[in-house]
Design a protein around this ligand. Structure first.
Ligand code: ATP
Ligand code: MG
Length: 766
């Protein structure tokens, strides 16, 4: 094991080693993509656990060589004389794995951290490190201390769908018109407030002057009250409320500060104000906080992430040391140069240049397609070539700006029989029948959960109508109890007299569920629940009546029971209903991505953060798609899009394919978009360009405009006159500093010996 650790340490470059061996005090590792930040984080934890910390030593160790590491190891093991600088480090206090907490952004990343640590330190020590996402960490804290805040420990976690349901009730109660303030905007506003740690009272005060703002603040207060009554947290609350918990309960804060003496945060550039507060509250007086990040990869501003957290780290922690890593180990120099070209157009950055020893590699391929299926076909062709040369499907990733872009590629791949996997899209746990069954489970775990109760009280149909449900809600509000409590005594209310029978039998069923949970293992409970609730019978009847998807839905419920079983197998005696529900609440899109299977993977650039693939296709490199239409009006938004482009480009190890299309159908509309400005920002010397055969033929015939509609399948649809690509070229809309002629040459000279006077040039002159 030590040999392995040694090997790993030995592989590090000087700056990386320095970061690994700087164990005390605040440390900022600021570095570009693929420079080994995550690698350093893992090695740093391994060093802390294996060799302890240089407690009290303020000295940054000089350059640490592989030999030093061997000396250190020998000195620790044999208590022999070590080099002078090591002496300081030898008055080391051991760091226990449970004293370390590492936070990342996805469960997948956390899992990977854990597995790499297990590889270096052995299963036991590796598992003891608390490697977690922000949300899971908060859930863990809240499970212990929720009662301090007035929530039950068995709280429910609401997803967006639940939140919308709560919101609709709030709108009804406060008599708010959805047209005046759409539910979605209100939810977004609430999310922003929570990200910025603004309480309902503060929101009201700050927005007293604006009608809409004041209304949103009232909605906020009512929404929070409803969540609390239901014993639930939404996703933003998990962090917001944990901050409140730590801020207002010094004993809790102190407990965690002592427990987690070493904090490490990956992808720090994407933390929000609330997450930053959380991290600082957890940081004890020793300030052993190490954050790693890249200001150029900050891509969650729309969700409240603030780049200031990274830009101001040195201000918050005056003792902070900053280490920059500049060597990229992931990509070829052509790919890296392309990434540098794009990102240097941003003004709001700390500025850093990456270099690599990996060699030039192939140029970045740029392909201009005629439409989105041509784009998909081209990608399939390239992948086919790689496979014939012995490559693997899973070495290929197709990345896009928006989920909606996956459909044409998915369709083409399905028809062509190319195994692929989409990360995102509709998730298993978002299917109606799955959510319904999970809702039943939720009310068993947490009887206060009125929102989930409403979801299933009449599903399957039990003759409990909307009016009855509203009456129950009113009674519950009057008495300050849960809806279920009212239902259990339905016979005592005159207003419920017409629905007494169905309500009482619902409650009986509920009690049976609780009994089943008491007496059966969890997976058996799940299958009993599906029967006891009548859900299975309902679907079977529907299937018998020829409802098309009833069969599928039954299968999904079978899968759900399997999932519960898997969960039980994993957790053994620790399996609980709350634990299972928590796990599904915290699963995010990216987690469903399994590297082991040999499939092409499709995902948004956002989901690809931190990952790497030998071959990357970035599709839809068009104005209005990427950068998105919305972002074009603000410089700050454009810079965020550019950082996203940088993230996308730097995922590639060996080859990068950028493609765009003359026409594209998106959201049911066919549009013609210019090539993305990000393509133009890349120096031509790093690119190799080509286009679809039809576009090429058209241009060779001297004026593809006339011929375009004949040669392009479906091209007749709406290509009329000088629009789209042609028009912009003609109107010289390529922006400052870029000559049209050069662009045209770049577009068509690549790999072709076609004089510009023929081909596209001629067409353009016409
Ligand atoms: P990102 O910004 O995308 O999150 P990162 O900075 O976290 O990237 P890593 O994922 O840690 O970078 O490393 C990128 C690749 O370089 C990985 O494949 C890693 O194994 C490799 N790598 C890192 N450091 C070294 C090194 N010193 N020698 C060889 N390979 C290295
Ligand atoms: Mg990383």
């Amino acid at each position: 094991r030590d040999t392995y650790i040694e090997q790993q340490f030995g592989r590090l470059n000087e700056m990386q080693r320095r970061a690994v061996f700087t164990t005390e005090g605040p440390l900022l590792i600021l570095a570009g993509a693929g420079s080994g930040k995550t690698t350093v984080l893992v090695n740093r934890i391994a060093n802390l656990i294996r060799f302890g910390s240089a407690h009290g030593s303020r000295e940054t160790p000089r350059e640490v060589t592989a030999e030093d590491v061997r000396a250190l190891r020998a000195a620790v093991d044999n208590k022999t004389q070590a080099p002078a600088w090591l002496e300081g480090m030898l008055s080391r206090s051991p760091v226990r794995s449970w004293n370390i907490m590492a936070i990342t952004f996805t469960n997948k990343a956390a899992g990977e951290l854990r597995s790499r640590l297990c590889g270096m330190l052995g299963e036991e020590a590796g598992q003891e490190v608390f490697a977690s996402t922000f949300h899971s960490a908060c859930v863990r804290f809240l499970r212990r201390y929720a009662e301090e805040l007035g929530w039950p420990r068995s709280f429910t976690i609401y997803d967006t769908d639940d939140a919308q349901r709560v919101m609709k009730n709030v709108y009804k109660e406060l008599n708010v018109d959805d047209k005046f303030l759409p539910v979605k905007s209100a939810l977004n506003q609430l999310g922003r407030w929570k990200d910025q740690l603004v309480s309902p009272a503060e929101a009201a005060q700050a927005n007293a002057g604006s009608t809409k703002g004041a209304l949103a603040a009232r909605i906020y207060a009512q929404y929070e009250k409803k969540l609390k009554d239901a014993g639930a947290f939404d996703f933003d609350d998990l962090i917001y409320q944990t901050v409140i918990l730590l801020r207002e309960h010094p004993e809790v804060r102190q407990y965690y500060q002592e427990r987690y003496r070493y904090l490490l945060v990956d992808e720090y550039q994407d933390t929000s104000v609330a997450q930053f507060q959380l991290v600082s509250l957890l940081t004890g007086p020793e300030q052993n906080i190490c954050v790693v990040g890249d200001d150029d990869q900050s891509i969650y501003r729309f969700r409240g992430a603030t780049i200031e957290n990274i830009l101001n780290f040195e201000k918050y922690y005056p003792r902070a040391r900053t280490i920059r890593l500049e060597q990229n180990y992931r990509s070829t120099s052509n790919i890296l140069n392309a990434a540098n070209c794009v990102i240097c157009h941003n003004t709001e950055r700390k500025g850093k240049e990456l270099w690599t020893n990996n060699g030039e590699g192939e140029k970045v391929h740029v392909y201009r397609a005629e439409n989105e299926s041509d784009e998909a076909m081209h990608i399939a062709d390239v992948i086919g070539q790689h496979l014939r040369a012995g490559g693997h499907l899973s070495d290929h990733a197709i990345l896009y700006r928006m989920n909606a872009q996956s459909a044409p590629i998915e369709n083409y791949f399905t028809r062509a029989g190319i195994p692929h996997k989409i990360v995102g899209g509709q998730r298993f746990n978002d299917r109606k029948e799955v959510k319904d069954i999970h809702s039943y489970m939720s009310i068993v775990a947490n009887p206060q959960d009125d929102v989930r109760l409403r979801r299933i009280i009449n599903e399957p149909a039990r003759k409990i109508g909307a009016t009855t449900i509203e009456t129950i809600a009113e009674l519950a509000a009057q008495e300050g109890v849960s809806m279920l409590h009212i239902i259990s005594r339905a016979d005592q209310y005159a207003r419920l007299s017409r629905a007494v029978m169905p309500l009482l039998s619902f409650y009986q069923m509920y009690q049976k569920l609780c009994d089943a949970l008491e007496t059966s293992p969890l997976d058996l409970f799940a299958s009993q629940l599906i029967e006891l609730t009548g859900y299975k019978r309902m679907l079977e009847q529907q299937a018998a009546q020829g409802h098309e998807d009833a069969e599928d839905r039954l299968q999904n419920l079978g899968q759900l029971v399997n999932n519960v079983k898997n969960y039980c197998d994993q957790k053994g005696v620790d399996a609980t209903l709350e634990g299972y529900l928590e796990e599904i609440a915290l699963i995010s899109d990216i987690d469903s991505y399994n590297e082991d299977s040999d499939q092409v993977v499709l995902m948004t650039i956002h989901s690809a953060k931190g990952l790497e693939f030998p071959y990357v296709f970035l599709v839809g490199m068009e104005e209005g798609v990427f950068p998105s239409e919305m972002s074009k009006y603000s410089e700050a938004d454009l810079e965020e899009e550019r950082r996203l482009a940088y993230v996308g480009i730097t995922r590639a190890k060996k080859e990068l394919y950028l493609s765009n299309s003359v026409s594209r159908m998106l959201y049911g509309q066919t549009r013609r978009n210019e090539p993305s400005r990000f393509l133009r920002e890349i120096e031509p010397e790093y690119l190799e360009e080509s286009c679809s055969p039809a576009l090429e033929r058209a241009s060779r015939m001297g004026g593809w405009r006339q011929d375009y509609s004949d040669t392009v399948p479906g091209g007749a649809s709406g290509y009329s006159g000088p629009s789209g690509w042609g028009r912009t070229a003609a109107s010289g809309g390529f922006g400052a500093g870029y000559s049209r002629a050069a662009y045209l040459n770049r577009e068509y000279n690549a790999g072709e010996q076609r004089p510009a006077s023929r081909g596209f040039g001629a067409g353009y002159a016409a």
